[in-house]
Every structure is written in structure tokens, then in C-alpha cells.
Design a protein around this ligand. Structure first.
Ligand code: GLU
Length: 486
């Protein structure tokens, strides 16, 4: 039997990192087993729809490199993959359940349901009271049919059998048992003609031949209802795996209050998709105990759903930053240049060759966490500095600095080798020849070229800036200094 899994998000906004983890584990599972990965949009709750949410979701999945085999925009044997386009299918299956006596019509108004709940104040859960409310059993079949035919608003509810136990195996949690006394007569079809999540989800998983349902732990309480539905239809149920919750470091449920949770926000903050995917893959599972960095192929190769932990997984933002840094260190300069280019453009910095950007990146990659920091800390790599750190200037610009600099500037002009090692040798032998130390001249040079007291290695910086630019900046600085403007 070939594996078929699905990621079934509801388009209620952005893709949450928890959703990304579910999407990723399904993806790893599908690819590991050479199975099929389906994307299905569960949009039957019309009150929660958000415009463009489907497009955003697909964009975030694409950014993360998670591609699906069947789904919106791609088609497949079981299309359509958007639930709001499958309403007639749900209606057909709702009727089947009704005919089988596994579901019944109920006519209670919202106020009547609220009244019923009030009868049990303090209880977190009130089971729908089939014997006293307004439904097919209390009104009788004939009366109920009349009401349906005359257009009275109604819902279809699952008839949950009394006092038995629903049992199913979860690939992560083992055997799960729930008493049906704890399960409500779930609404399956709403009065607006839309199915609820439960009916649509089960019908689609069956029709789309899904073999494994891999989803977040928050859906675990729904599974007994789904098992009852499979049973009522007489269908074989898929295998279930419920992934552990994502937690804040204080063990509360992961929330926006403690930082970004939307995949698109991590993307715009400058995280690399590979780093996010690597990090998210390890929220609840790790292929080995002594490694943290894995390629996607390695993750696919070793993914084992049964090795996923039951306990909540802490979302450690410091670890994510660290992981991003590991990727930054290893990423080829040309890929980083591709990321840097639009960041610079947004700041109006254009016209630099990729080769130059690559050199700048290599100069700073050990000093940054995100590529976007480059124009912030090293704006002087793209134009002459306009501001000079006052304290640094006062400390290192002496009365005789120009005098010392001028012959050195001539040497820089004359040299044909502007590599950092040649610059080092040349500068060192010159300054030591004057009986002075290298640092006595390095600080003024750094000041003139960058305006800042700290940065990358000075001679490496000079090599990247290039001979003409360095000479121009030094001459400009000396000139302005003479006018007393600095
Ligand atoms: N539509 C549900 C969600 O938004 C899917 C749950 C499931 O995978 O069954 O997460």
C-alpha cells in the first residue's frame, strides 16, 4: 500500500510555525516512504476565512521548500482539493449517515443550546441532551421531515453511541481510549449547508485515500469522533499520529506574545528557509543525539514518525538564531549576495557587482547574524562615511598624523599589489621604520575609511574597498580635516 498523507490547513491567516512543523513532518514522511503528499484546504468555517490566506500559505510552503504532489493549483486524481468546492460531496455523505441512522436532524436555536448549557453551570463540557432537545427523536420522524421540507433551519448531528469506549492506536502515543460519554453529539452539517471540520475531514481523508493522518496534538480530542464516523460509514480508518504541542520556554503554549510565530515573519526577519526547516524538524524529534544540523535529504532519509516525542517541544528562539548563524557561515557567498541585493536596493544602494557583494559578505559573515545587518554595520562599504566617531577621532588623530600619513599614501598609490597581506607588510615596515607601532597608524586609517572604531580586519577591508577608493577616502578626509569641519 503506498503512503498518502495530507497537510490540511484552514486558511485563517498566516502559516504558523506549528503548521509548518505539521506540513514538514507530513512531507518528510511522504518522501521517506516514496509516497504522495496532498495539500488540502479546509475552508468550511466561513466565519474564520481570511482573504489571500490560501495564497500566503502556499507561498510560505514554497519558501520552505515543501512541495506537494496534489492540491490547489496542481490538481490530482481527487480534485478539487479546496473543501468549499466539494459541498455536494459532503451533502451526499451526510445523507448516507442520516439514512443509516448514524446521524439525526436537530432544530434547536442558538438560544436553546445556550439554555441547555446553563443547566450545568461550571462544567466545561455539556453533552447535547438528545432526549430533551428539539430533534428527530423527540419530535418524531414525520414531524421532523415536515420541518426540513418546509425550510426550518436545522443541523445534522452525529448519534454518539451511549456508554461504550472508542479505541484507536496513535503512532506516537500508543493506544488511546475514550468513553463515548465524554463525546458530544457533534454537529456534522451546519444550518448554512456547510459541513463542519469533522465530517469534511473524514469524508475527504477517505475519498483521497489518505493512509496516515499526521497532525497536531490539538486535534487529538477530535479523533474519537472521527473514529466513530469511519465506523458509521463502514470505512477502514487511516493510521493516526498526533504531534506534540509547541511550547514557550516557560512551558505555556507557544504564543505570539513571546515573539514571531508566522513563517512569513521569520522570512522577513532574515532567517534562511533551510535554517527554519532544520530547526522546525527538530521540534519533537532528532535523528541522533549528537547533531543539530541536517540537510533536507538527511532528514527525509532518517525520518521516523514513531520516534517523535510525546512531550511538548520547547521553541527555543536562541537556538533558532544559533542555527541561522551556522547556515550563514556555510552558505555560498553568491547565494548570500542574492539575498543582500534586494536589501540594499530597498535602501537605495544599487550598482554594485555581485563579485563585490560576495567579497563584502565574506568580510562580514562572522560578524553578523542576518544578512540584513550588513548595510547597518558596514554602510561604508557602499559609500564614503559621512559620520566619524568623535571619541575615536579625538583619541587617535594626533597633530602629526597627516605628516606620518602622507608618505604612506604615496606608497599606497605606487603599489601594484593591494592585497591585504601586501598592505600589511608595506604599512608595517613603513611605520616601524619610523620607530612606531602598527596600531598607531591603523586607527587613523580605519577612521578615515570607515568612520568607525570597529569592523573587520583593516587590511582585508582595504583590499575589498580597492586601491582607488581607499586613496580617494584618505585624501578627502585629510582635506576636510584641514577645513576644520570634522
Ligand atoms: N483543518 C485543520 C487545521 O486547520 C486540520 C486538522 C487535521 O489535519 O485534521 O489544522
Amino acid at each position: 500500500m503506498s503512503v498518502r498523507v495530507r497537510f490540511a490547513p484552514s486558511p485563517t491567516g498566516f502559516l504558523h510555525v506549528g503548521g509548518l512543523r505539521t506540513a514538514l513532518y507530513n512531507y518528510l514522511f511522504a518522501r521517506h516512504h516514496k509516497g504522495t503528499y496532498v495539500l488540502r484546504i479546509e475552508d468550511t468555517d466561513r466565519t474564520r476565512l481570511v482573504e489571500n490566506a490560501v495564497e500566503n500559505l502556499i507561498k510560505s510552503l514554497k519558501w520552505a521548500g515543501i512541495d506537494y504532489d496534489e492540491g490547489p493549483g496542481k490538481g490530482g486524481d481527487y480534485a478539487p482539493y479546496i473543501q468549499s468546492e466539494r459541498l455536494s460531496i459532503y451533502k451526499e455523505y451526510a445523507d448516507i449517515l442520516h439514512k443509516k441512522g448514524a446521524a439525526y436532524y436537530a432544530f434547536d436555536t442558538t438560544e436553546e443550546i445556550d439554555e441547555m448549557r446553563k443547566r450545568n453551570p461550571g462544567e466545561s463540557f455539556t453533552k447535547y441532551d438528545r432526549t430533551s432537545m428539539k430533534n428527530e427523536y423527540t419530535l418524531g420522524e414525520e414531524e421532523s421531515k415536515k420541518m426540513v421540507d418546509s425550510g426550518t433551519s436545522y443541523v445534522l448531528r452525529l448519534k454518539v453511541p451511549d456508554s461504550t469506549t472508542v479505541v484507536f492506536d496513535d503512532l506516537i502515543r500508543g493506544k488511546v481510549e475514550v468513553s463515548t460519554n465524554e463525546i458530544d453529539d457533534q454537529v456534522l452539517m451546519k444550518s448554512d449547508g456547510f459541513p463542519t471540520y469533522h465530517l469534511a475531514n473524514v469524508v475527504d481523508d477517505h475519498l483521497m485515500k489518505i493512509t496516515h493522518v499526521i497532525r497536531g496534538e490539538e486535534w487529538l480530542p477530535s479523533t474519537p469522533k472521527h473514529v466513530l464516523l469511519y465506523h458509521a460509514f463502514g470505512w477502514e480508518k487511516p493510521l493516526f499520529a498526533h504531534l506534540p504541542l509547541l511550547l514557550n520556554p516557560d512551558k505555556s503554549k507557544l504564543s505570539k506574545r513571546q515573539g514571531s510565530v508566522a513563517v512569513e515573519d521569520f522570512a522577513s526577519e532574515g532567517y534562511f528557509s533551510d535554517a527554519i526547516v532544520n530547526f522546525v524538524a527538530l521540534l519533537g524529534w532528532n535523528p541522533s543525539s549528537d547533531r543539530e544540523i541536517y540537510t533536507i535529504d538527511e532528514l527525509i532519509e532518517s525520518f521516523d514518525i514513531e520516534k517523535v516525542n510525546k512531550g511538548g517541544a520547547v521553541f527555543d528562539r536562541a537556538k533558532l538564531e544559533w542555527m541561522n548563524f551556522q547556515y550563514l557561515k556555510l552558505m555560498p557567498a553568491n547565494e548570500l549576495a542574492d539575498i543582500l541585493t534586494p536589501i540594499l536596493e530597498a535602501k537605495g544602494i544599487t550598482g554594485f557587482q555581485t563579485e563585490y557583494l560576495e567579497k563584502v559578505i565574506n568580510l562580514f559573515r562572522e560578524r553578523i547574524k542576518f544578512v540584513k545587518e550588513i548595510p547597518e554595520i558596514a554602510g561604508y562599504m557602499f559609500s564614503s562615511p559621512q559620520d566619524f566617531e568623535q571619541e575615536y577621532l579625538e583619541k587617535h588623530w594626533k597633530g602629526n598624523t597627516v605628516e606620518i600619513l602622507e608618505p604612506l599614501l604615496d606608497k599606497y598609490k605606487a603599489t601594484g599589489d593591494f592585497s591585504h597581506s601586501a598592505l600589511y607588510e608595506l604599512t608595517k615596515s613603513y611605520i616601524e621604520g619610523l620607530g612606531k607601532k602598527l596600531k598607531e597608524i591603523i586607527h587613523p586609517i580605519r577612521l578615515m575609511l570607515t568612520g568607525k572604531s570597529a569592523g573587520a580586519g583593516m587590511f582585508e577591508t582595504m583590499e575589498v574597498l580597492g586601491k582607488d577608493e581607499c586613496i580617494k577616502r584618505i585624501e578627502e578626509f585629510i582635506k576636510i580635516k584641514e577645513t576644520g569641519k570634522i
